[in-house]
Design a protein around this ligand. Structure first.
Ligand SMILES: *Cc1c(COP(=O)(O)O)cnc(C)c1O
Ligand code: SF4
Length: 342
């Protein structure tokens, strides 16, 4: 079975039943569910299945609230050249294409991602590289998209070599969902393609639920780790998918045992039509606090919010210090308060 891309294909697989509002949801964002992910769906309880909920369109997507934004993290305002988002002085995003192996219904670039469309041409890639070349303060280049691993290995190798040739770029970071949702793309050729000769490579995988980490995904992550590539995890906190402490505990442990260091737990962005996925910051902080008391430091992600309007990410996790600077108290991970001198 190949990737499911239409409502009809989802109906044939009995993943949806026809509904006019679903048509509208499908029109607002492309559909793609890889066979790897379809195989992990529990059909016994489709409405609550954490895999199905992430990728199968739902009528709830047609509900758009006044707080939601077309460009929730303000990428547009920070794009000096096509494909680049430059928000922080020392690092920038380079988005070679907008295609993904799956389309996550909560995607923070929901209005941008999709098949075809805005892939950069060779000339546009060259213009993006020129921008990086002419900005010597760029220390890190972050490949994202879409999913950069949708590039053919040969194009990926060429892009990595182009960035690697820019002497002031010390770090290349790749953000991808491919090792999880379509691990077969992570061939030896692809692993070789992503490795720069000079710069340090870091690889961030997007994974939201322990059930996503099947045998094939673990094997793909092991290929990267065995190639000496440090792996980090990013997770979006999602209502009805991972907004409970047991699921997050399991996910973070499973990531660490797959040699992936949890990096960020993202508070969901104000994306249009994603209210059914959003938890409150209060709930998020309570979950993160509970994890602190349960998990190894290795397994703790930083809970972050991308401040709407293009202001960047900040940690929004709980604070353990009391407010009074003259009588400093600190709360431990199990809830007890202690005095700290000075
Ligand atoms: C998220 C993001 C980064 C990377 O941020 P880190 O905190 O370094 O992971 C860089 N640029 C933009 C525009 C981003 O949205
Ligand atoms: S893989 Fe990432 S960019 Fe693509 S749809 Fe999912 S969240 Fe969005």
């Amino acid at each position: 079975m190949s990737t499911l891309r239409t409502l009809e294909a989802l109906e044939r697989e009995r993943l949806v039943t026809p509904d006019a509002r679903l048509e509208a949801a499908a029109q607002s964002m492309a559909i793609a569910i890889t066979s790897d992910m379809v195989a992990l769906i529990d059909r016994g309880d489709l409405a609550h299945d954490p895999i199905a909920r992430q990728f199968v369109p739902s009528a709830e997507e047609t509900v758009i609230s006044a707080d939601e934004l077309a460009d929730p993290i303000g990428d547009e305002a920070r794009s000096p050249v096509k494909g680049i988002v430059h928000r922080y002085p020392d690092r920038l995003l380079l988005k070679p294409l907008h295609a993904c192996p799956v389309y996550c219904r909560f995607c923070f670039r929901r209005e941008k991602v999709g098949p075809g469309g805005e892939a950069l041409s060779d000339a546009e890639i060259e213009a993006a590289l020129d921008y990086i070349r002419s900005h010597s303060e760029i220390w890190e280049v972050i490949l994202t998209g879409g999913d950069p691993l949708m590039l053919a290995p040969r194009r990926m190798a060429k892009l990595i070599a182009g960035i690697d040739a820019i002497g002031h770029v010390a770090v290349i970071r790749i953000h991808s969902r491919v090792p999880i949702v379509e691990p077969g793309r992570l061939t030896d050729e692809m692993v070789a393609a992503v490795r720069p000769k000079r710069a340090a490579l870091w690889f961030a995988v997007h994974c939201n639920h322990p059930r996503e980490l099947g045998a094939a995904a673990r094997a793909a992550l092991a290929r990267l780790a065995d190639a000496g590539i440090p792996l980090m995890g990013q997770t979006v906190l999602l209502k009805g998918i991972n907004d409970d402490v047991e699921t997050l505990d399991r996910l973070m442990r499973d990531l660490v045992t797959a040699r992936v260091k949890p990096y960020y737990l993202h508070h969901p962005d104000l994306v249009r039509g994603t209210g059914h996925f959003r938890v409150s910051i209060r709930q998020g902080r309570a979950l993160v606090k509970a994890l602190r008391g349960r998990l190894s430091g290795l397994a703790q992600p930083t809970y972050v919010l991308d401040v709407p309007g293009g202001h960047g990410k900040v940690p929004i996790g709980p604070s353990y210090l009391g407010d009074d600077p003259d009588a400093l108290t600190v709360e431990d991970a199990f809830g007890a308060a202690h005095r700290y001198p000075g």
